[in-house]
Ligand binder design. Structure first.
Ligand code: SF4
Ligand code: SF4
Ligand code: FES
Length: 240
């Protein structure tokens, strides 16, 4: 199989970027975008289809097993994990790889997603008070703990702007883990903060519904957490 990988190349945030195309050939139908990028970077000289030598492609990865979220990028316009995106899924020869566009670019396919973690700190998403747990809460907490903080859901969200008042689903999902169980003053404070930075800003368009590479039930978590915030419930008991 022969692919023409059209990759966004940009030296740094102060330089203009452009697409450059690289020929990539493989016998395997299971080759992922991440594997192709690694192989391109292993070439002694990386040359594009116009014969120009290029620097190695900057992109991020860690686990290569859909566990860390580092390799999130746009693949043919859709936010995906490069280690989970088989080239053969594309059904066409030309495939475009570009950085997530919601976040400040660092270089090539790497972006600065610090804002995601800043917002988690801002919401104080750790448990500092009594926790109410039962089997139902455990399953909610498990589902919410699978968030990779990859930013794919923020990329497609029409309401999320980095640094804005609405924090998006990368904050809602981890928050729903604690909203399900946190009691007392800290629980009330978290629900108030959730209302301010999630409920008030989300347009409920559900553009983020089927985008999560971890397959998290974003819609279900949001419905439960919104109800908890609205009615002052932790799941299984009224928080007095
Ligand atoms: S429901 Fe719509 S506005 Fe709310 S987080 Fe998802 S994409 Fe954004
Ligand atoms: S909810 Fe899904 S898409 Fe959004 S940051 Fe977490 S893992 Fe990524
Ligand atoms: S490298 Fe960890 S999710 Fe792709």
């Amino acid at each position: 199989m022969k692919y023409l990988l059209e990759i966004w190349r940009q030296k740094d945030k102060d330089t203009e970027g452009s697409y450059r195309t690289y020929l990539y050939e493989t016998e395997s139908v299971s080759v992922t975008a991440a594997a192709a990028l690694s192989e391109l970077n292993e070439r002694k000289v990386l040359t594009d289809t116009e014969g120009n030598a290029s620097e190695k492609i900057r992109w991020e990865c860690s686990c290569l097993q859909k566990k860390c979220g580092a390799c999130a990028m746009l693949i043919d316009g859709k936010p995906r994990l490069a280690c989970d995106a088989r080239l053969s899924e594309s059904k066409k020869e030309r495939i475009r790889l570009e950085p997530l566009r919601k976040f400040p670019i660092i270089a090539d396919l790497t972006v600065n997603r610090e804002v995601i973690f800043d917002e988690l700190k801002q919401m104080q998403l750790w448990s500092a008070s009594d926790i109410y747990t039962d089997d139902r809460n455990n399953s909610i907490m498990y589902e919410a703990s699978r968030c990779l903080e990859c930013g794919c859901c923020l990329e497609v969200c029409p309401n999320f702007v980095p640094g804005g008042d609405f924090y998006g689903m990368s904050a809602m999902v981890p928050a729903s883990r604690l909203i399900a169980v946190m009691k007392g003053k800290s629980g009330k404070q978290l629900r108030r903060e959730y209302g301010r930075v999630i409920t008030d800003g989300c347009g409920k368009s559900l553009a983020c519904r089927n985008i999560c590479p971890a397959g998290i039930d974003i819609e279900g978590l949001m419905a439960r957490s919104n109800a908890a915030v609205l009615w002052g419930w932790i799941f299984g008991a009224r928080d007095k």
